[in-house]
Ligand binder design. Structure first.
Ligand code: ATP
Length: 235
């Protein structure tokens, strides 16, 4: 479904990502793991067209996306939940969800997708008319995920969903991601610093260090890897 090859990207003249290779198959949850500043968000930005890769390839369902605009990439079915959620805090929950319907197709399917989102996150229906900025952190993360789902993604990218949330709320969000993959045809790229939770959720993972892929493997292989245990799990 997604094949990233030899991807290089950065900011201005500073290169951050070095020859990134990553694959994600239909129906998978793939984790991108790494500590602060490793380059995870930069990778997401390069895949989604928020920054332009300097070289390399991002093939999604047979189409080359590297160098394409973020709008083209969005239209191809890659929708992200950005780090920090980036909601319109003065707007209501419902208005934020409406912002997720960016195309003719997603606008046409808005009502039915809204219903599905309320099924995934019943709290959001109760809070439909509340300003998003007055919700709890966990509820705001739910709005951010629901807004992405309104965009009818084929690939959903979750960038640090655990940021600033209580562990049980993170579990709820990750459970929805897992159920989504099982019950729909959506695949998930899960970018996380919380490596224990990410490996408990994902099928496979990649560890990013200093802008390089340092390791990759199944979630169980990574959880058993001595370097991962020592550097990230503290065991
Ligand atoms: P975190 O988990 O803290 O979000 P990350 O793995 O997502 O970290 P990135 O945000 O991709 O890491 O940052 C990788 C490097 O790129 C860091 O050294 C950071 O300072 C740099 N960087 C990030 N955004 C910019 C920017 N807009 N301009 C210049 N440098 C940036």
């Amino acid at each position: 479904m997604l094949k990233v090859s030899k991807l290089n990207a950065g900011y201005g003249s500073v290169n951050i990502l070095w020859d990134i290779d990553l694959e994600l198959n239909d129906g998978e949850i793939v984790a991108v793991l790494g500590s602060n500043g490793a380059g995870k968000t930069t990778m997401v930005r390069a895949i989604t067209g928020m920054i332009r890769p300097t070289s390399g390839s991002v093939i999604f369902n047979g189409e080359e996306l590297a160098g394409k605009s973020s709008r083209t990439i969005l239209n191809s079915g890659i929708v992200q939940v950005p780090e920090g959620r980036q909601l319109f805090t003065e707007m209501t929950v419902l208005e934020n969800l409406e912002m997720g319907a960016f195309s003719k197709e997603t606008k046409e399917h808005f009502r039915e997708n809204l219903k599905k989102c309320y099924k995934w996150f019943p709290k959001l229906e109760e809070r439909e008319k509340q300003a998003a900025g007055t919700l709890s952190g966990g509820e705001q993360q739910m709005v951010a995920v629901a807004r992405a789902l309104i965009g009818m993604p084929k690939l959903l990218i979750l960038d640090e969903p655990s940021l600033g949330l209580a562990p049980n709320i993170v579990d709820d969000i990750l459970l929805v991601a897992k159920t989504l993959v099982k019950e729909t045809n959506i695949s998930v790229l899960l970018v996380e610093q919380d490596i224990t939770k990410a490996l408990a959720t994902a099928d496979r993972g990649y560890v990013v260090e200093n802008g390089h892929i340092a390791l990759s493997g199944s979630a169980s292989e990574l959880a058993a890897n001595e370097h991962v245990k020592k550097a990230y799990l503290g065991i």
